[in-house]
Design a protein around this ligand. Structure first.
Ligand code: HEC
Ligand code: HEC
Length: 250
């Protein structure tokens, strides 16, 4: 028996809907397959669009979750608001401006402030983050913080924390630096490696102090060093320092 030739067909369905497609093969046998159109399913929960899924991954990559809590639920520090209600009191334009330009920094930060992201995150990533916040910050499979291993020593733990807290986005892989910060005096975000860095930051205490306090070098669009005191526990700060000290010293 010759297989039936299937004609070209087009299915139209809204993103997120699940459709059953029955494919008649060899005349007698019917194969049914289920596909979800243009969307990502999250373990039985409501499927989200590709844009919202991308925003959820960005929310972890750029450590928004480390300050605002998983899925923006808050509870990390009294200085950082939950984001669950942000979509109801902030427009797309306001959310975009806050992410690009930051919020609440002072010349000498005593508490966490909202960093300036406009130089570091693309316009596309910012609009994905806004879509994610407006969708109510749902759980999305795989959009989770980098897991931390503590049993393999502080340098390994620190290298994972360097990713989890998003240091890598600003200071580069291996602390190489070079991320453009055109309006700043140095024109780029500094390296955390090399002779100049280790000459200035020649004790653990000096590294600890700057990571805890942050350092505001100017207003948006200048990117400053976030204040991590009250966000990163001391034991993790020590692990990050142990990792930084494994990087190139010359
Ligand atoms: C170092 C901690 C920190 C990180 C990382 C951080 N934020 Fe924030 N964010 C804050 C603080 C603190 C505020 C409150 C600022 C104020 O009101 O003075 C804030 C405020 C906001 C607001 C305004 C909320 C409101 O209700 O007014 C939005 C939206 C926001 N952040 C989104 C993000 C996104 C998206 C990311 C990741 C790209 C991010 N934040 C990363 C600390 C952080
Ligand atoms: C949003 C971008 C951004 C993020 C995220 C960030 N930094 Fe920074 N960091 C900066 C900038 C900009 C400076 C330069 C500040 C200055 O010159 O006063 C800096 C300075 C530093 C310095 C001092 C180096 C120097 O030469 O001044 C250290 C150490 C440091 N950061 C560590 C970290 C660690 C560890 C993390 C993650 C927990 C981190 N940073 C996350 C932007 C960032």
């Amino acid at each position: 028996m010759a297989p039936k030739t299937l004609g070209r067909w087009v299915a139209t369905a809204a993103a997120g809907t699940t459709v059953a497609i029955a494919v008649a093969a060899c005349g007698s046998k019917t194969v049914t397959t289920t596909v979800t159109v243009g969307a990502v399913t999250n373990g039985g929960a409501t499927p989200v669009s590709h844009q919202v899924a991308a925003g959820a991954h960005d929310f972890n990559q750029f450590a928004c979750a480390q300050c605002h809590g998983m899925n923006g639920k808050g509870g990390v520090s009294p200085a950082v608001p939950a984001l669950r209600g942000a979509a109801s009191h902030l427009t797309v334009e306001q959310l975009t401006t806050i992410i690009n330009h930051g919020l609440g920094e002072s010349a000498n930060p005593k508490a966490p402030y909202m960093p300036v992201w406009g130089q570091v995150i693309s316009a596309r990533q910012v609009s994905d983050l806004v879509a994610y916040i407006r969708a109510g910050l749902p759980a999305v499979p795989g959009a989770t913080p980098v897991p931390i291993i503590t049993a393999q020593g502080p340098a390994v733990e620190g290298s994972l924390l360097y990713q989890r807290y998003g240091c890598v986005n600003c200071h580069g892989p291996n602390g190489l630096g070079g991320v453009p910060n055109p309006q700043s005096p140095d024109k780029s975000i500094p390296a955390l490696s090399g002779a100049d860095f280790f000459k200035e930051f020649n004790t653990d205490q000096k590294i600890l102090d700057v990571v805890r306090s942050g350092s505001v070098i100017g207003r948006a669009p200048i990117v400053s060093m976030p204040h991590w005191g009250g966000i990163i526990p001391d034991a993790q700060l020590q692990a990050i320092i142990a990792y930084i000290k494994t990087l190139k010293t010359s």
